[in-house]
Design a protein around this ligand. Sequence first.
Ligand code: ADP
Ligand code: MG
Length: 480
Amino acid sequence: MTIPAPSSTTVDLSKWEIVIGLEVHAELATATKLFSAAPQLFGAAPNTNIDPLTLGLPGSLPVLNEQAVELAIRVGLALNCTVQRSVFARKNYFYPDLPKDYQISQYDQPIDIDGWLELPSGKHVGIERAHLEEDTGKSTHAGDTGRLQGASSSLVDYNRAGVPLLEIVSRPDLRDADQARAYVSELRSILVAVGASDGKMEEGSMRVDCNVSVRPQGSDTLGTRCEIKNVNSLRSLGRAVDYEAARQVDLIEGGGTVRQETRHWNENDGRTHTLRVKEEADDYRYFTDPDLVPCDPGDEWIERVRAELPVLPAARRARLVGATGGGGEGVAIVVERGLDGLVLAAIEAGADAGRALTHAEHNLSDERSAELDPSAFAKLVGMEIDGKLSATQAKTVLATLVAEGGDPAEVAAAAGFEAMDTSELEGIVDGLIEANPAEWARFCGGDQKVTGFFVGQVMRATKGQADGKVVTQLLNARKG
Ligand code: ADP
Ligand code: MG
């Protein structure tokens, strides 16, 4: 792989291995904040979802949100983690959007440790830990750039301050941009499946920090990493990884060394820029928060949550593979869209499995598709398999069923998709063979290209109502 480098030459990455570890912050879908009853609601007017605790007013005391713990347990179990007794610490630093001057976060005793998730490719990615912490408020810098430098004033909105976050930290197991994207998208599906988050990256419900290092192929020691902030979409994540790896290789091959630092991804120039040289963790003066007792959910709670977990995306993919014999990307797409239940129900109702899966992959991208009636879907697939509808006609009928519902036979009839009688079709084929002896001789001689000629003629004669596959079958049968 070659990628444009900072020096505008290209960097050859073939002798290098990219190593990526991701820290994903997911806002938990609770009704209220992590330590108070202030509501959490995206898009509310500034400084309306607040209370004394959110503002860090003296005398206010935190009370742990049970729903946030429940969601953290769900995610932990879904990620094959051990769920353990955890402790809240204060991470001390000053920032205008952090009114208490410290963030409450789990530090050396997080709630979830040591898990993994499986990518659609089958690769396992280790999960180091997932810990609960509170979100900060949001600063807005008034000015042309939106950055602090050069701003005429800054505004702060505390609505987000105290919103529960689960920070999910992967092991450095990812090896390229595609894997990094697949990891985030799988994690998002899992968070959504267990009801922990709405997974909306565009609303900041999921935020990704991306650690990247490079090392010579074959080496088993880790290179120095940079942590990239502000990757707000899967596309940015891929671009940031590629750019950053090329930057590091370029630096090392030029005789330099990578400095451990935090960098900022700039979507506009497609580059990462130094934000700050990585602070030592000690600078935060972590200590156990004296206002909170340890959080120990205990076996009974954990086992109750485990028993209630829904079927997770990896298992749903496996189930769909089992039911359809299909595999790979199609199955992953269908599960990602949440259409696996529809396909399974349609198969149950008698639909051809392969055909149902193909439709779900290619012709059901409409958001309303999940509400499609499985028996109507099955009936449509049946009409297609029986040759009553061509593939193109089936696709059209399907779009109508998704948009308006109804019965496939009636929709097909209303669209003028009359069932083609096979004997009628045979007559047309025979007529064409007789009228085009030269083409027919070529076809019989094995010239595949004339198949298209005959199919095209049949389509013209039937105004597109014939099924191309059936015509080809008839031609081959005539050839003997
Ligand atoms: P920090 O608090 O400095 O962000 P964390 O332990 O929270 O450190 O996160 C470290 C993240 O960086 C993890 O996702 C881990 O997998 C990843 N990581 C650690 N070392 C490397 C490395 N050499 N290259 C790439 N990623 C790394
Ligand atoms: Mg971190």
